[in-house]
Write a protein that binds this ligand. Structure first.
Ligand code: ADP
Ligand code: MG
Length: 239
């Protein structure tokens, strides 16, 4: 069964802007899907509707077979990481990552093992006692990711998580992101405007333009068989 289903999901902002127009998408359990497209094409709006941060104005969103449209963000069991992330400056890396588990009153033995597991995958084990101020930008973003996934959410959403980092670091961080997703097997939707990121990270890529899906497919398929000139031009394949 598909874990996340968008059935003609539409977003019309109060000012009349049609940001997302009847998007259909089925994301399987454990799948890693990338939403890509130029600025303003509706990527963030789509992700925010999945998270419950924006109302859906048309169509239906289902997660695990249940309608989510009216459900509050906190009742969706979804974790999200943004481009700009806020770590607690007075807390260590360990305590930052442990925070959601402490809130959920998880016992301290489990907290320790969950945080240590996430730290290992994210190459943060040597830094658990540091404060955020003493970390690099890439390390801080990895802490934010670790904090998001320690609760083992049903789905993990990321909105341009690497775009604040310099080019070299972005390439290194791609490895961390894909390692994290493969190890945990969490259903993931990742938004980027960066074609290379889109073509190297996920199982499937969704190309958006003007709130409308242009094509959905494996990176190789999109490259070899772009549905139209826009897709060909955008992902740089020989049309
Ligand atoms: P992306 O993340 O792909 O850059 P967005 O989802 O942020 O695109 O925006 C899609 C469209 O919706 C754009 O035309 C944008 O101007 C518009 N939009 C985004 N947020 C709002 C808002 N709060 N109110 C009105 N229009 C918005
Ligand atoms: Mg955006």
């Amino acid at each position: 069964m598909a874990e996340i289903v968008l059935d003609k999901v539409t977003k019309k902002y109060p000012d009349g802007a049609l940001a997302v127009n009847e998007v259909n998408l089925e994301i399987a359990d454990g799948e890693f899907v990338i939403l890509v497209g130029p600025s303003g094409c509706g990527k963030s709006t789509t992700l925010n509707m999945i998270a419950g941060l924006e109302d859906i104005t048309g169509g239906e969103l289902r997660i695990g077979g249940e309608r989510m449209n009216e459900r509050a963000p906190k009742d969706r069991d979804i974790a999200m990481v943004f481009q700009s992330y806020a770590l607690y400056p007075h807390m260590t890396v360990f305590e930052n990552m442990a925070f959601p588990l402490r809130l959920a009153k998880v016992d301290s033995t489990t907290v320790k093992s969950k945080v240590e597991e996430a730290a290992k995958i994210l190459d943060l084990s040597p830094h658990l006692d540091r404060k955020p101020a003493n970390l690099s930008g890439g390390q801080r973003q990895r802490v934010a990711m670790g904090r998001a996934i320690v609760r083992s959410p049903k789905a993990f959403l990321m909105d341009e998580p690497l775009s604040n980092l310099d080019a070299k670091l972005r390439v290194q961080m791609r490895t961390s992101v894909s390692k994290l997703q493969k190890r945990l097997g969490t259903t993931t939707v990742y938004v980027t405007h960066d074609q290379t990121e889109a073509m190297t990270l996920g199982d499937r890529v969704v190309v958006l333009r003007g709130g409308v899906v242009q094509q959905v497919g494996a990176p190789q398929h999109l490259y070899e068989h772009p549905a139209n000139l826009f897709v060909a031009g955008f992902i740089g394949s020989p049309a």
